[in-house]
Design a protein around this ligand. Structure first.
Ligand code: AMP
Length: 283
């Protein structure tokens, strides 16, 4: 049976108040829909760890800095509800634009520092949009635990910082990136890739894994990034926005994994922006 879809905030609050009164722990999985196995893995982890699970679906206009990207973002609500059914989430919360941003809405949540680099530098306003909507979703759902993918590692760090700074009593949990068999990180945007682009897309992860192997042989990012970008361009990527090694904690730029790090990439393939990141142990 598919979980009930709730669109109104008072209705959601009535439920969550009853759950809290009964001493139940609430988990939330915020998404923008077009659900794939990556999202479903978060819902499964939440299901295993919490008494009640809310999956939210809201395509947040405030985090899109490109109107075409927002217009083309896939929307598949019925299919999403069908995919969540076997996991047994309690509620799917699908607020509309007026519920999230009613007339007169004037507040912006902005996390400094962590948002200066990577996607923050290339998508102006993106993380303000994320921090604003996620803080609202945390307060609306009053969740005890929130599940986010390492796939969007910078986002995960930003959300953690925001919840801590605003004293929102929610534990933010990072979950593993789920990949296709050929290594491509699952993403709702993969639906926008042409058949031909889909063949070349896994090169992004392949190139990143090759860099990870080279670190283990003592090489540095300053030697590796030029040839890696050239390889991606040969594979049809039109623009590599960034390919950078950064500290896992704090996101400071690194040349070698002198501390626990992550390798981050964003690149355009046939009009679709792909991002990925992988764990790089300190050596
Ligand atoms: P989105 O719908 O793209 O906003 O993503 C909603 C949540 O799903 C975020 O916490 C993402 O990090 C997470 N997510 C997206 N893709 C994956 C993936 N391939 N593996 C794990 N989590 C993911």
């Amino acid at each position: 049976m598919t979980a009930p879809i709730i669109r109104s905030l008072p209705e959601l609050r009535e439920l969550t108040r009853a759950w809290h009164r009964a001493g139940e722990m609430i988990g939330v999985v915020p998404t923008m829909g077009a659900l794939h196995q990556g999202h479903l893995s978060l819902a499964r982890i939440a299901r295993a760890e919490c008494d009640r699970v809310i999956t939210t679906i809201f395509v947040n206009p405030k985090q899109f800095n490109n109107p075409d990207d927002l217009k083309n973002y896939p929307r598949t609500e019925h299919e999403d509800a069908r995919k969540l059914a076997p996991i047994g989430v309690d509620v799917i919360y699908v607020p509309d634009g007026d519920t999230m941003y009613p007339g007169g809405f004037a507040t912006n949540v902005s996390v400094e520092g962590l948002t200066d680099c990577l996607c923050g530098a290339h998508r102006p306003g993106h993380f303000d949009g994320v921090a604003t909507v996620v803080s609202k979703l945390f307060l609306q759902t009053s969740a005890d635990k929130a599940y986010f993918g390492n796939k969007d590692y910078q986002q995960l760090q930003v959300v953690r910082r925001m919840a801590c700074d605003l004293d929102i009593p929610v534990e933010v949990i990072g979950c593993p990136t789920i990949r296709e068999e050929d290594g491509l990180a699952m993403s709702s945007r993969n639906l926008l890739l042409s058949d031909r682009a889909r063949i070349f897309a896994p090169h992004l992860n392949e190139v990143m894994e090759a860099i990870a192997t080279a670190f283990a042989e003592g090489k540095a990012m300053s030697d590796l990034s030029g040839p890696a970008i050239a390889k991606l361009e040969q594979a049809g990527f039109t623009e590599v926005e960034y390919l950078e090694l950064r500290a896992a904690d704090g996101l400071g730029l690194l040349d070698t994994p002198s501390e626990h790090a992550r390798l981050f990439a964003a690149a355009w393939l046939a009009g679709v922006r792909l991002i990925d990141n992988i764990d790089i142990p300190a050596r």
